[in-house]
Ligand binder design. Structure first.
Ligand code: AMP
Length: 420
């Protein structure tokens, strides 16, 4: 084949698209019920936006970003994640003016030069929430609630919500020191990436996937023992809010999140049964991010999840997402005059939201009836010589074979039957 799809990408084929539409509309509906509005930003941004927000030393920026230089020599990147662009838009469009909190959601493709495997792609679709404007722990719980109710509402059961606090820049100083003390004697055994992490961001040592590093990291001190009083109080309050909302969670002090901008609350939803790529979604508070990219200091938090893994999990748990749409009617005409009579009516039915299939290439009654059966339409709408003379149609219920004759005018009667 001369042309092939780029590695790590995929086509959403028509037979699958109804599943995507279902999970996307369920997300939109739930987010709207919590008062969140959609925001859409470009798929590319200045590369420096991600360097500044995610951190130069993060894997996303160092190894995974699709960078390009445009014809005028400007450095851009395909967005690897959605938070920095949303925050850029918030700051640039002065969405902070007025007292209201910004409650935002997004849906769209992200790009990372990752090693492709099941549940990991180079272009993948994320759904995400960003809440900007308050440090109240209620909002930590609200954002987590949206994620939790979304996933459980779709029918997933084998879910685990893991919660942690990564503290604030103040309490991180002592924790980073403790981590360096712990890892120092193990330095020669750590992978080359971890050796660099040791100097730059010792916390990333906890996130390494190399088995020998993982083993060493398992004995490292816990972030939770180094929280200052304020961060401890915030963490306790988030847990209390979650309990009030009846959302089950477990504490996992190992959650660090890959990006630099997280403070306090960090969380992840794990789906057991997806193998290595078992993180369905993750997020946390990023109180330092707005200032970091040139805005005012405004507290915020959010999460992002991938639709690909969500669909894999729904498949694994055998949750039905409905089925591809079938026609309400399949139109069968006998002869040219019947065709000519019906054409405007078919389109009027379609304009009224009725899914009508019609294939002018099939002319024999037998071929048309067979096609109607194959299409799984609810009704065959038939116009033969008698109907042509009386300007009416025969509606044949293809499930039970019952037939009724209905006049074409007023069309509202036919529409009422089909919608009933
Ligand atoms: P992150 O932005 O890395 O915190 O990822 C949030 C969520 O996005 C993950 O839990 C996954 O569901 C999804 N995700 C991240 N990277 C990929 C990828 N390369 N392919 C598919 N889904 C991804």
């Amino acid at each position: 084949m001369e042309y092939q799809i780029p590695r790590g990408t995929y086509d959403i084929l028509p037979a699958q698209s109804y599943k995507w539409q279902k999970v996307i509309s369920a997300f939109r509906e739930l987010a709207a019920a919590f008062g969140y509005q959609e925001i859409s930003t470009p798929v590319f941004e200045q590369a420096s936006l991600f360097e500044r927000s995610s951190g130069d030393s993060s894997d996303v920026v160092k190894k995974e970003m699709y960078r390009f230089t445009d014809r005028k020599g400007r450095e851009f990147a395909l967005r690897p994640e959605g938070t920095a662009p949303v925050v850029r838009s918030y700051v640039e469009n002065r969405l902070d003016i007025g007292s209201a909190n910004a409650k935002l959601y997004y849906i769209g493709p992200m790009f990372r030069y990752d090693r492709p495997q099941a549940g990991r792609y180079r272009q993948f679709y994320q759904y995400g929430i960003e809440f900007i404007g308050s440090n109240n722990p209620y909002y930590d719980a609200e954002v987590i609630a949206i994620l939790w109710f979304y996933l459980t509402g779709l029918g997933l059961q084998k879910l685990r919500l893991e919660l942690n606090s990564v503290g604030c820049p103040k309490c991180s100083v002592d924790y980073d020191k403790a981590l360096r003390e712990y890892f120092k004697p193990h330095l020669p055994q750590l992978c080359p990436d971890c050796q660099i992490r040791f100097d730059q961001k010792p916390r990333r040592l906890l996130d390494c996937k190399v088995p020998s590093c993982k083993k060493i990291a398992s004995g490292a001190p816990s972030q939770l023992d180094y929280l200052d009083a304020e961060c401890r109080e915030h963490f306790a309050a988030v847990q209390e809010q979650l309990s009030l909302m009846e959302i089950p969670f477990v504490i996992n002090p190992r959650i660090v999140r890959g990006l630099d901008y997280y403070t306090n609350t960090a969380f992840e939803v794990i789906y057991e049964g997806l193998g290595a790529q078992n993180s369905l979604a993750g997020g946390g508070r990023y109180n330092a991010l707005l200032e970091q990219i040139g805005g005012k200091s405004i507290p915020a938090l959010g999460f992002a999840g991938g639709f690909e893994r969500l669909l894999l999990a729904l498949d694994e748990e055998k949750v039905s997402l409905g089925r591809p749409p079938v026609p309400d009617i399949y139109v069968i005409t006998m002869g040219k005059a019947a065709q000519q009579l019906l054409l405007p009516y078919i389109n009027r039915l379609r304009q009224a939201g009725i899914y009508a299939e019609y294939d002018p290439d099939k002319t024999s009654f037998k071929a048309q009836l067979k096609a109607a059966d194959n299409s799984q339409a609810r009704f065959a709408l038939i116009v033969g010589e008698d109907e042509l003379a009386s300007r009416s149609v025969v509606l044949k219920n293809l499930q039970n074979g019952q037939q009724q004759t209905t006049p074409l005018e007023p069309l509202s009667e036919l529409i009422a039957i089909l919608k009933g």
